[in-house]
Design a protein around this ligand. Structure first.
Ligand SMILES: NC(=O)c1ccc[n+]([C@@H]2O[C@H](COP(=O)([O-])OP(=O)(O)OC[C@H]3O[C@@H](n4cnc5c(N)ncnc54)[C@H](O)[C@@H]3O)[C@@H](O)[C@H]2O)c1
Ligand SMILES: [Zn+2]
Length: 314
């Protein structure tokens, strides 16, 4: 667990754990999802004498799950692990798909493996102590799930008063959507790319503002990306104006508008080109045909990306 989940989440499950369970806590934050922390975790596992029958329980958000899972999947060529995700983002996104890993030399999720946990245990009770900004960040992935796969779901999600809704139902629906997509395409050769909707431009914003005072949470950046990519969906795939307006209204009412300087735009466009789903030089996007239906491998030019960012700004 990390320093926050040790305080807020461990007490909720400690009575259900075996008495002789050993714990390891690292300092919370993406900055610690690195080889240095892995080294401490492997060292702890070694000193405790964990053998190949040991079981690791990762209690925390995506950072804990990705890194704890990676350490388990590589320790003595792989031991079993269970994930108990405690942020909305990790419950609806990182909990499914078997992607594990760490950041390396400034590259996000650069080193990692695919491996499946023995189980994933999710409870909405953990969300009670999650800061609202983190809850809102995870909500962007929820909105994305509706947009790419289920118009009904999208239309059930709240914009006004989004903080108060049935998270249990939302988690269940979102997990089922992510699971269905991942199971059809486990290694991201096709369909799974639809999960990247909003992420090509969103990641570029996230990277650009990393380590700056305007720093964006993942979901905040993805919300910007989804607005730009909704515009591109309209332009490239004929997403209707009325659907485009519905989407943008929803996103701006939850996330407001992010102010950025136009001089940042060329660098942000360059960062779009570095996204991992690009084969060769062309920039491929996943875009919406309708609310609930997403297509992938849509080639978009840098001029069009710029236009979509200007659209956001206006
Ligand atoms: N493996 C995947 O498929 C996948 C998918 C999406 C994201 N990710 C990864 O997940 C990470 C982001 O996940 P995240 O947003 O959960 O980040 P995180 O794990 O850093 O958690 C966010 C913050 O919330 C705190 N926290 C967690 N649970 C809490 C609770 N119940 N109460 C109070 N505080 C709590 C954490 O300590 C942290 O400060 C990134 O590293 C990203 O790369 C992985
Ligand atoms: Zn995401």
């Amino acid at each position: 667990m990390d320093s926050n989940t040790a305080t807020h989440c461990h007490p909720l499950i400690s009575e259900s754990l075996p008495l002789d369970v050993k714990t390891f806590t690292f300092q919370a934050g993406e900055a610690n999802k690195n080889l240095g922390t892995c080294s401490l975790i492997w060292q702890w596992m070694t000193e405790e004498g964990f053998d190949r029958k040991a079981l690791i329980i990762n209690l925390g958000g995506g950072v804990t799950g990705d890194m704890g899972g990676f350490c388990a999947a590589t320790y003595k060529r792989g031991i079993r692990f269970i994930n108990i995700p405690t942020t909305l983002l990790s419950q609806v996104d990182a909990s499914v798909g078997g992607k594990l890993g760490i950041d390396f030399n400034g590259f996000k999720n650069h080193i990692g493996v695919f491996a499946q946990p023995e189980a994933v245990i999710i409870s909405e009770l953990f969300l009670g102590t999650l800061p609202e900004a983190e809850l809102r960040s995870g909500y962007a992935e929820v909105i994305k799930h509706g947009l790419i796969r289920s118009s009904n779901y999208f239309h059930c999600l709240k914009a006004e008063g989004w903080q108060n809704q049935s998270w249990r139902d939302i988690i269940e629906k979102s997990v089922s959507i992510k699971k269905e997509v991942v199971e059809k395409d486990p290694k991201e050769s096709g369909l799974r790319k639809i999960l990247n909707f909003g992420h090509t431009i969103g990641h570029a914003f996230e990277s650009y503002y990393l380590d700056t005072p305007s720093h964006l949470l993942h979901g905040e950046a993805i919300a910007i990306g989804m607005i730009c990519e909704t515009y591109l969906s309209h332009k490239k795939l004929g997403l209707s104006l009325s659907e485009m307006e519905k989407i943008i209204q929803m996103l701006t009412s939850v996330y407001g508008k992010f102010d950025f300087q136009m001089k940042a735009v060329p660098a942000i466009i360059e960062l779009c080109g570095q996204d991992k789903k690009n084969e060769g030089k062309s920039i491929n996007f996943s875009l919406l045909k309708h609310i609930g239906e997403c297509d992938y491998n849509i080639n978009v030019s840098k001029e069009e990306i710029e236009e979509s960012i200007l659209y956001y700004q206006s």
